[in-house]
Design a protein around this ligand. Structure first.
Ligand code: ATP
Ligand code: MG
Ligand code: MG
Length: 548
């Protein structure tokens, strides 16, 4: 039965271990290109790569796949390292594909000398025409039959900067009739006079992804190179390079990438949202980036749990983002301290409570955590409750405030609604209630049973806080099939800012701390907060109300 619960990658690894492949060694890698911040899709890859290695006593390399000098930056390198560690994983080695540029260059020379690569002067249009179609073979480049000596001399000149960008490439000499179009003499090196974030101006030729990735895996002796499904057609070339170069035989395995409803997941699109200021940055709490989720109040545990629940499939699918929200709600329910915050205040005067008197109530911080402790909450003659906790004409089973009805104020007294005040427009502006003196929570001898318990705050001590309520960043479920540009589907109401009134204990909150605002949801203190202006992000509501 245990066998059944293994995902297909684990099955492959167990099979390899049984056969003594690689001497029982498991080494995976996580290979981000440092051209953006990591997103929840990367988290799936991280959990898989680090997870299986951990499970089988192996390790994982963090390898920056930095072979494209134009889009990469050290800011991204730093954020990626931070995010992987925050998720709870530690790599064995930190490597950079650019550190292998010398080796890759030598590998290219090796292919040339074996007659397996040639310098081509075709333009990119000519090369595209030579490729043929999936049903028709391609045609050979006129430069395909140069001798190894000619090719080596030309390739060295390419490296020395003697040729302009776009005028020469190095191509693998494979088969222009190969059924797999990628095998029709793919370009493996191109000229690019670009500054690289690590190698500076040392190189003006750069290897293509397909001539860097497998070789990097092989140099590091990666045993299981796990990537997403779109790399299936690249596997033939991956294997061909390793075979012809006679280097360590790493193997590539493909799994389905994560797609989420109401979410775009490509770094290119996320960068566009940032650059065009649809969001405030990569860590905007509406972004599906790890840094955005962190700022929003997500915990590493909840993200790992999510990755665990979605599993590892071999077919593309679309995961409901409410599963991610379910996972954070579950975790925060266990760990978040409770606080009372009124988001839409209605003033209540406790008419039989002495003016100016403050009474201290006690409340447990977390009913789910016996060691969560107790805090003090001031109670007074004037309090706020939620506007929608009162109805002038209440239906049956409305157990909140209505004329003549009683409720318990959480951790304080039972009160009875005696009267209400309206303004000229007919809006209720104030309730007049009386409290039952011997009904205090913890020492209640009143014998009165009430069905409703409300959260509340004392008006005098209430702390105004800014609350940022988020909704989905996009208003269509499946962005991959949505018409037009993805930005046409941005939800214009993804952020709502309101002022809430909090119990004074919230003053002590530090950035990142997570709370349950009772009956309202989970919130965390945002980095925009200052000592006298606290800003809270709503991480997620208490219940799944989406679509209801
Ligand atoms: P993007 O399209 O967002 O730029 P990418 O694949 O180009 O993604 P990389 O930095 O190359 O980004 O990705 C690093 C690793 O993360 C790769 O192994 C890639 O397969 C994996 N990865 C990226 N996106 C997802 C996803 N949505 N689900 C699962 N794995 C992913
Ligand atoms: Mg990539
Ligand atoms: Mg990409």
């Amino acid at each position: 039965t245990e066998e059944k619960s293994l995902n297909f990658i684990e099955q492959i690894i167990e099979e390899d271990l049984r056969n003594g492949k690689h001497g029982g060694r498991v080494l995976t890698r996580f290979p981000p290109e440092p051209n953006g911040y990591l997103h929840i899709g990367h988290a799936k890859s991280i959990c898989l790569n680090f997870g299986v290695a951990q499970k089988y006593g192996g390790g994982t390399n963090l390898r920056f796949d930095d072979t494209n000098p134009v889009t990469e930056d050290t800011e991204y390198v730093d954020s990626i390292k931070n995010d992987v560690q925050w998720l709870g994983f530690q790599w064995v080695n930190e490597f950079y594909a650019s550190d292998y540029f010398d080796s890759l260059y030598e590998y290219a020379l090796l292919l040339i000398r074996k007659g397996l690569a040639y310098v081509d002067e075709s333009t990119s249009e000519q090369m595209a025409a030579q490729k043929g179609t999936p049903t028709e073979p391609g045609t050979n480049s006129p430069y395909r039959d140069r001798t190894p000596e000619e090719n080596e001399a030309l390739f060295v000149r390419m490296k020395n900067g003697e040729f302009a960008e776009g005028t020469r490439t190095l191509r693998a000499k494979i088969d222009m009739a190969a059924p797999n179009m990628i095998m029709r003499d793919p370009v493996i090196y191109r000229i690019k006079f670009a500054h690289h974030h690590r190698t500076g101006d040392k190189w003006c030729i750069y290897p293509m992804y397909d001539f860097a990735h497998g070789q990097s895996d092989s140099i590091e002796k990666i045993t299981h190179s796990i990537c997403t499904l779109e790399f299936i057609p690249h596997r033939d070339l991956y294997d061909w390079c390793i075979e012809k170069l006679e280097i360590f035989p790493s193997k590539q395995y493909e799994f389905a990438r994560l797609n989420l409803t109401y979410t775009v997941m490509s770094k290119r699109k996320l960068l566009q949202l940032v650059n065009e200021q649809h969001v405030t940055g990569w860590d905007d709490p509406r972004m599906p980036t790890i840094s955005g989720l962190r700022r929003r109040g997500y915990t590493p545990e909840s993200i790992r749990e999510f990755c665990d629940r979605i599993g590892v499939a071999r077919r593309d699918n679309l995961i409901d983002v409410s599963l991610l929200e379910f996972c954070i709600r579950e975790h925060l329910n266990k760990v978040a301290e409770r606080r009372m915050v009124v988001l839409d205040p209605l003033k209540v005067i406790i008419t039989n409570f002495p003016e100016g008197q403050v009474e201290i109530c006690h409340s447990e911080n977390n009913p789910e955590d016996p060691n969560g402790g107790i805090r003090e909450i001031p109670f007074g003659r004037e309090i706020y409750v939620e506007r929608d906790d009162f109805m002038e004409v209440a239906p049956k089973k409305y157990f909140r405030l209505a004329p003549g009805q009683m409720v318990r104020l959480k951790s304080a007294y039972i009160i009875k609604c005696d009267d209400f005040v309206k303004d000229e427009a007919g809006n209720v502006t104030e309730l007049h209630c009386s409290y039952i003196e011997n009904s205090k929570s913890g020492s209640d001898t009143s014998g009165i049973n009430v069905k409703g318990t409300l959260h509340w705050v004392s008006v005098n001590e209430a702390l105004p806080i800014e609350i940022r309520e988020y909704d989905r960043l996009f208003s269509v479920e499946d962005l991959s099939t949505a018409e037009g540009d993805f930005k046409d589907h941005i939800n214009p109401n993804s952020l709502q800012i309101i002022t809430g009134y909090a119990e004074p204990a919230l003053k002590e909150a530090v950035v990142g701390t997570k709370f349950q605002f009772m009956r309202k949801g989970y919130f965390c203190l945002d980095t925009d907060s200052t000592a006298d202006h606290l800003v809270f992000n709503r991480t997620v509501g208490l219940k799944d109300t989406w679509g209801k």
